[in-house]
Design a protein around this ligand. Structure first.
Ligand SMILES: [Zn+2]
Length: 322
């Protein structure tokens, strides 16, 4: 049973907003594009797991995706997928990387070989070990029994091959197509159940409650001042900017699309890139609205919480979602 669905991280959503708002010719655009691609394909890889996760051998399983929690020493850790049964936990870490891959078991590094060239992809074996340790600390701190924690690195790209696949490595790493067999092998250990019905329900509830989404101040990170962003409403159909405002409709001059709601997702760009507070003047500037009364009309239609009155009125985007 999926207890926490897979969603794009705030970091990925922010990078998507930046791809729309940072001009192509900006010196930081290439860096943003690279980081966006890394997270985008990471997400594609995680989603590639989902089909194989429908083959769960233990029907009494809870799945939590993209969980980010704090260990007792205030260190956050994030797991692509956490599977919980009454008898054990399993952490899955997906790697969406194509090509000939080697896990160096001495240095723990993941390396891609291209002819003579070597490209490093971090240290997923140590990373998942760390997650196991931090989860065990978390269980203890939150008064849950010491469930055994298994882990698997799952290679999710269909064009990935492994070189030097030793038996000891294949205990820790698998291809996504083989995940059902791996799940079965782990379940066959027949660990004794440590969680009773009420604790089994409670553990997912507490984990979801403690989930803390990552925060990412992209403009600060890349040193981009607000005024360098592209302004206006981006067309949801063809990404052309800016759309024209006519009698409550947004009209795209490029593809002819009409929309009554295009400003809403564009306001999300503002929230992700700039912040949780907006005024009449700011929304006019960011969405290139023709007048204060149009801005007023849009802001009132969104029914946002407000602070202050008249000219000093501030609208809060804290709870604003698509
Ligand atoms: Zn368009």
């Amino acid at each position: 049973m999926i207890k926490k669905p897979r969603e794009k991280s705030v970091r990925l959503l922010t990078l998507e907003a930046a791809m729309r708002r940072v001009p192509l010719e900006h010196p930081q655009y290439k860096q943003i594009e690279k980081e966006h691609a890394r997270l985008h394909y990471g997400f594609v890889g995680e989603k590639a797991l989902d089909y194989y996760l429908t083959f769960l051998p233990n029907k009494n399983s809870q799945l939590l995706h993209g969980l980010r929690i704090e260990d007792p020493l205030n260190r956050f850790f994030q797991m692509d997928t956490l599977l919980i049964t009454p008898a054990y936990c399993l952490i899955l870490d997906s790697k969406y990387i194509s090509g000939t891959l080697e896990f160096d078991e001495t240095t723990n590094q993941l390396i891609r070989h291209r002819g003579e060239e070597k490209e490093k992809f971090g240290d997923p074996l140590s990373q998942v070990e760390r997650q196991r340790y931090q989860l065990s600390l978390w269980l203890d701190k939150n008064n849950f029994p010491p469930l055994p924690i298994a882990s698997q690195i799952v290679l999710t790209h269909s064009n990935a091959t492994l070189t030097k696949a030793t038996p000891s490595l294949m205990k820790k790493v698998t291809f996504h197509t083989n995940l059902p067999n791996k799940l079965q092998t782990i379940d066959n250990f027949k660990y004794p159940p440590l969680l009773d019905k009420s604790n089994f329900r409670k553990i997912a509830k507490v984990l979801i409650k403690k989930h803390t989404p990552d925060e990412f101040s992209l403009l600060k990170y890349y040193g981009i001042p607000y005024h360098e962003l592209k302004k206006g409403v981006v067309c949801p159909g063809c990404a052309y900017l800016p759309m024209l405002q006519k009698q409550g409709n947004w009209i795209c001059r490029n593809c002819g699309l009409y929309s009554k709601t295009a400003h809403i997702e564009n306001l999300m760009d503002y929230k992700l890139l700039v912040g949780n507070m907006i005024t009449n003047r700011i929304i006019r500037d960011f969405l290139l609205l023709p007048s204060p009364s149009v801005a007023n009309y849009l802001l009132n239609s969104l029914e946002l919480p407000v602070q202050g009155t008249n000219k000093g009125r501030k609208y809060l985007l804290t709870q604003f979602k698509l």
